[in-house]
Structure formats: structure tokens, C-alpha cells
Design a protein around this ligand. Structure first.
Ligand code: AMP
Length: 467
């Protein structure tokens, strides 16, 4: 069958249909179609799609996500964290300093040169801790500096469920103190956030990666152990071993698990200071009633962590991508970025995965649409403009139809958007400078009121059964 619409290529069940512009489509409809249904079931193929690994977030999902960020903002601000807004791209060097041997830096950065003369080498941020430390080094705020953030991050990863090239994080960082109680505050805050969303199956995994005293001894012991088991490791982990032995512990590959299970653990190498710090963190969490599992081989994706490291794992998700957040201490990072010696601790939570965990646990539904009133105007649309404006200025959530649709079609829209009150203007009401206000809930009545009294009448109906 040949179709005429130039920007549409169409396929029906069991039938491939040609369009002169695009050739053959791979789409199929999932049910047989009558000629009339076929006309409606046009599958329009767009000229462009969102880039691989990115997604459009449409309502109501986008509203749910925004609500999540608002809840996080509220929680963080009530704990004394102020909002930091930093650029989405930074000097490439900011991220390079995160570790030359790290995949996030070597393989996953979205890099580009700007149009300057000479051009500057920039990168889209793959995470926000480095940007926060760069901002601290630049502005030198009075410590302790407690900030929260939210926004998109970019990593050129292999996309799959729960792993995207553009994803969103919310996070907090406390800079300028190495007090273990700052770690406790942050770790507990993350868990309280999951609770706020209604998530019940999030586990806290905890470890200490030691400090400048303990780390070299551990790195040496780990490297020598991994070298001795080199032949048992997967090919990928053998490569990782050359560049960054600690990261081998992060492998999820089946073949590596027996080797990892017998690897030396950091706990046996902690310096006195680090051991004491870790004990204080654990005691603090115990006293808050925060449950955790010490996970002695937990390492994180980025290399700057020292002492406390932690991850939040959502058991409702597939184990491959079940980390819904993580963080730790990074006592050397500000200095690495040219600032004064400044300890820091923080976390970043992955919004996309948190929402997947919410879906899996049936938690945190999309917030209700705030439209409670629908203006139906079958007299040309001008009255609807006037009434919408008036009602919105009175603080009400109001929507309307366009294109002078029939009464039936407009009432259907009112119903579909969940309106509790319809304000109806037909030619008679318009001539009388009035509107009919109808309670859409079952058993609700209707009455005609002058246009100037519509807001009052609507408010009165809504007050009878507040949402
Ligand atoms: P990280 O900055 O690697 O510690 O990641 C913190 C959190 O961000 C993780 O626990 C994930 O929930 C989330 N995350 C990291 N990378 C991605 C990604 N590519 N796609 C979706 N979420 C991600």
C-alpha cells in the first residue's frame, strides 16, 4: 500500500507500507485495523530522536521528578544546606584531576572545545563533587560550608535500564571539617530521604578506605594479591589491574567474584586515626538507629575517596544497577583543585534510579495535577480567556479548551483532566454576563452566577471537599 502523507511512513499489522520520503518503516501496529482505524493509527516517524542514552521526560513523570527534587531541597535546607548552582560544564582540568586512571575521566567524559582564541578545553560535568570543590577553592567561603545541589550529569556510558548518558543527581556536600559527625549527618540524611519517598528496601553499605597513612600499604597488599591471582581474573579486570588495582574490587563480573572475595580488606590496614574515625561514624549511626552493613570491599567509581565511603543499594532493583546513591569523604580534593587543605564529605543520589526503585516498590506516585477547575466556553473562547485569568489570579488551578470545540468534547476534556468544577459559558450565559458553575462530583448540582462572582462560587464548591 502506498500512502500520501509525505512525513509519515506507515505500517499496519502484517503489512509494510512505503513512503516516498523515508522508505520502509520497521513499525508494526499491535492489532488488525479497519480502514477507519487505520486512518487514526498513523505512526509518524520523527526526523530526529533524543540522542542515545538520553530521554524526554514528559508529564506526569516530569512532575514527579520535580516533586522529588523539591522534597530533597526541603530536607537539605532544613538541615542547614544551602543551594549551590554551578555550571553544567567546567574546565576539563577540573575532572582530569579526579584521577587519570579513572574510566569516568578517561572514557566517559563528554569533552569539547569552545570558540575562544585559543579554544578552551571543556567537559560536561560527570558528577558534581568536583565542581563543588572547584567553587570552594574559587570563592573561599567560611567553613564549614554545607551545600546541596541538583541537576543533570553526563557520562558516555553504555546505556541500559537505569544507566543513561544524561542522568540526574541530587546531593549534599560539607566542606571544611573532618568531624565524623559530619559524615553521620550526611549518611543519615540520605536514608531519611529514601524514607520520605516511601522506599522501604534501601540498604546502606559502609566502608572506610583509609587515609594517606593507610592507603599506600593497602594498595601495595592488594596489588600484590591481585597480581598473584591475575590468571583467574576476567580480561577486563586484568586491564583494570594495570591502571587502577582498587577498581578491580568494583567488578560485577561473575569470573572475578571468587578472587574479590579473598582479597585483603582495608579494615586490616587502617591507621589509628582512620580506625577511630570509622568507629565514631558507626557508633553515631547506631545511636540514630540507622542500620548498615559493613562492606569491606566497597570501593566507589571515583578515586578521590578517603576514609568513609558508602553506597545506598535498592533491593527492589536488578543487582547490576541497584546503587541509588553513594558518597564518602574526599579530604584531599579541594587541595588537588588548587584550594587550601580542606576536608569534605558528601553524597550524590541518582534520581533516575530512585524513581525506578519507587516504581518497583509502588511508592511515590506522581503528584496530582493542580488543575481543579475547567472552563468550558462554547461561545467563541473569549469568555474562557477572561474567566481563566480571573480564577488563576484568585489562586485557583484552571484549564480550558481551545479551537471552539463542542460542549461534549470540552466536557470530556474537563473530565479527563480530573476537574472538580466546570465553569460553563454558552451564548446565553455570555449574553447575560454570567456563567454556570457545575460541581463535577457525583450528586453535585449547578447554578448560574454573574461572571464577577464565579471565583467565589467555585471556591465555595471546592471548599466542600478539599483534595
Ligand atoms: P556516582 O557519582 O558514580 O557515585 O553515582 C551516584 C549515583 O548516581 C549512583 O548511585 C546512581 O544512582 C547514579 N548514577 C551514576 N551513573 C549513572 C548513570 N549513568 N545513569 C543513571 N544513574 C547514574
Amino acid at each position: 500500500m502506498r500512502l500520501t502523507g509525505p512525513r509519515q511512513r506507515l505500517v499496519f499489522r502484517g503489512q509494510r507500507i512505503q513512503s516516498a520520503e523515508f522508505g520502509w518503516s520497521n513499525h508494526t501496529l499491535d492489532r488488525p485495523a479497519t480502514a477507519a482505524a487505520v486512518a487514526c493509527d498513523v505512526v509518524a516517524q520523527p526526523l530526529f530522536r533524543a540522542p542515545v542514552g538520553t530521554r524526554d521526560l514528559l508529564p506526569p513523570e516530569s512532575g514527579r521528578r520535580r516533586r522529588l527534587v523539591c522534597l530533597f531541597a526541603d530536607l537539605a535546607e532544613r538541615a542547614g544546606f544551602g543551594l549551590l548552582e554551578s555550571p553544567i560544564f567546567e574546565d576539563h582540568g577540573v575532572f582530569q584531576r579526579l584521577g587519570e586512571a579513572n574510566e569516568v575521566v578517561t572514557k566517559e567524559l563528554f569533552e569539547f572545545f569552545d570558540k575562544g582564541d585559543p579554544p578552551r578545553r571543556l567537559a560536561l560535568r560527570p558528577e558534581l563533587t568536583a565542581g563543588v570543590c572547584r567553587a570552594f577553592a574559587e570563592h573561599r567561603p567560611t567553613p564549614p560550608w554545607k551545600v546541596w545541589y541538583s541537576g543533570p550529569q553526563f557520562r558516555y556510558e553504555r546505556p541500559q535500564a537505569g544507566r543513561y548518558r544524561q542522568f540526574e543527581q541530587v546531593g549534599v556536600e560539607t566542606l571544611g571539617t573532618d568531624d565524623a559527625h559530619a559524615d553521620i549527618e550526611i549518611i543519615a540524611l540520605g536514608l531519611r530521604f529514601y524514607e520520605t519517598l516511601g522506599l522501604k528496601r534501601v540498604r546502606l553499605l559502609l566502608n572506610s578506605l583509609g587515609d594517606a597513612d593507610s592507603r599506600p600499604r593497602y594498595d601495595a597488599a592488594l596489588t600484590s594479591y591481585l597480581q598473584s591471582r591475575r590468571d583467574d581474573l576476567s580480561e577486563q579486570s586484568r586491564l583494570t589491574l594495570e591502571r587502577n588495582p582498587l577498581r578491580v574490587l568494583d567488578s560485577k563480573r561473575e569470573q572475578d567474584q571468587p578472587v574479590i572475595a579473598q582479597a585483603p580488606v582495608m579494615a586490616d590496614f587502617l591507621s589509628g586515626d582512620s580506625a577511630e574515625h570509622f568507629a565514631t561514624v558507626r557508633e553515631g549511626l547506631d545511636s540514630l538507629g540507622v542500620g548498615y552493613e559493613v562492606s569491606p570491599r566497597l570501593v566507589r567509581g571515583l578515586d578521590y575517596y578517603t576514609r568513609t565511603t558508602f553506597e545506598y543499594a535498592a533491593d527492589a532493583l536488578d543487582t547490576a544497577q541497584n546503587a541509588v546513591g553513594g558518597g564518602g569523604r574526599y579530604d584531599g580534593l579541594v587541595e588537588e583543585l588548587g584550594g587550601p587543605p580542606t576536608p569534605g564529605v558528601g553524597f550524590a543520589l541518582g534520581v533516575d534510579r530512585i524513581l525506578l526503585a519507587c516504581d518497583a516498590e509502588d511508592a511515590f506516585a506522581a503528584p496530582p495535577v493542580p488543575v481543579r477547575v475547567f472552563v468550558v466556553d462554547t461561545a467563541g473562547g473569549r469568555s474562557a480567556s477572561l474567566l481563566c485569568d480571573r480564577l488563576r489570579r484568585a489562586g485557583l488551578g484552571v484549564d480550558r479548551a481551545f479551537d471552539n470545540r463542542s460542549m461534549k468534547a470540552q466536557m470530556k476534556r474537563a473530565d479527563r483532566c480530573g476537574a472538580e468544577v466546570a465553569v460553563i459559558v454558552g451564548p446565553d450565559e455570555r449574553a447575560a454576563g454570567a456563567a454556570t458553575v457545575r460541581d463535577m462530583r457525583s450528586g453535585g448540582g449547578q447554578r448560574q452566577v454573574p461572571e464577577t462572582e464565579v471565583a467565589e462560587a467555585v471556591t465555595e464548591i471546592l471548599a466542600r471537599a478539599p483534595r
